[in-house]
Design a protein around this ligand. Sequence first.
Ligand SMILES: NC(=O)c1ccc[n+]([C@@H]2O[C@H](COP(=O)([O-])OP(=O)(O)OC[C@H]3O[C@@H](n4cnc5c(N)ncnc54)[C@H](O)[C@@H]3O)[C@@H](O)[C@H]2O)c1
Ligand SMILES: O=C(O)[C@H](O)[C@H](O)COP(=O)(O)O
Length: 376
Amino acid sequence: MKIVVDENMPYAQELFSRKGEVVRVPGRPLPVDELQDAQALMVRSVTPVTTQLVANTPLAFVGSATAGTDHVELADLEAAGVAFSAAPGCNAIAVVEYVLSALLLLAERDGYALCDKTIGIVGVGNVGSRLQARCEALGMKVLLCDPPRADRGEKEDFLSLESVATQADILTFHTPLIKQGAYPTWHCVDRDLLEKLPLGCVLINACRGAVVDNQALKQVLTERHDLSVVLDVWEPEPHLDQQLLAQVDIATAHIAGYTLEGKVRGTTQLYEAWTAFIGQPESIALSELLPQPDISAVDVTGEFSQSLLKRLAHLVYDVRRDDALLRLHIADEGGFDRLRKQYQERREWSSLTVSCSDVSTAERLRQLGFNTLYCA
Ligand SMILES: NC(=O)c1ccc[n+]([C@@H]2O[C@H](COP(=O)([O-])OP(=O)(O)OC[C@H]3O[C@@H](n4cnc5c(N)ncnc54)[C@H](O)[C@@H]3O)[C@@H](O)[C@H]2O)c1
Ligand SMILES: O=C(O)[C@H](O)[C@H](O)COP(=O)(O)O
């Protein structure tokens, strides 16, 4: 059995080679000749999966180690009789911690307390709901927009996009990219919405580039200097608009989901889905695979504060690292994809054990995602 896997999928070689021959390939562009005798293909979001790609191959299963599936023609795969699995939620914590790393930075730069702010979360799924929990633990007011969930009658208090966008100090997007149907998100942040954002609003896009009309954003940013913008995703990738990049406050190369934990969960979720598909189900514990982090423990004395949280969060991951790298390398040939392929290891907040001399600080940091100990 031959299994073709994207080379940017940690531990794929080790796991999939338990069952067959593994061939690692670049995802953009994918060497299609490798599929001529392959039974399974494991991709990331950079590989469009079309009827054409799978036609005239023995592929029976395609997996994508991602939350988003807009690069996959799902109906065509089904029609071709090819099974598919994504990795829902694998990198949700990573995206949440990316957003918080950025917010802690902007709050310090502009001198405000996050607990005084209202955040509007658009798309309240795996990422959005975890972000909601962490923002509530920070004492922020949280407004939610998720029309599909609202229409299913779920019990949260969901608002319209316009209502959230006009009330929130911080507006962050965590929806899939959807072009058609009842709940489209393509260009849902258009000129009209951008003009309605409150004075000094922070706009964050860490879902898919085209959820924001990038040309409209570029234009509005020449007129409104009060907005702060954080973009991890771009329209289009990898050839993003360098003028827009220069206008935004934090710019990164679609790496919000790139913690080691997030990527490894992506691999293990696919391995579990595929082994179930071939009738030999296996489950893999993350702890079997993850190495010890570079920094695994710190001691904290004193009480919880935003400043303490920022120092701890940035000890694990400071978004300025990725912002600097993108600005430095965006003009290089292949720079965007190289930054993603050669991504420096990044861990989740839970990889850090924080020993606290104050019980309420320990509890607060635990709610915010750290591993904590109370040492009287
Ligand atoms: N930047 C990154 O590295 C990164 C990492 C993970 C996910 N993503 C992107 O973020 C998206 C969200 O991730 P997730 O894991 O939370 O997905 P999810 O499927 O768990 O949640 C998406 C939520 O969006 C809601 N939604 C759908 N249409 C909507 C609309 N028109 N308006 C508002 N809400 C709508 C859905 O009901 C759902 O609750 C993914 O689809 C992916 O494109 C990006
Ligand atoms: O949808 C997702 O899961 C993310 O966008 C994912 O992290 C993107 O990374 P890629 O698959 O392009 O490596």
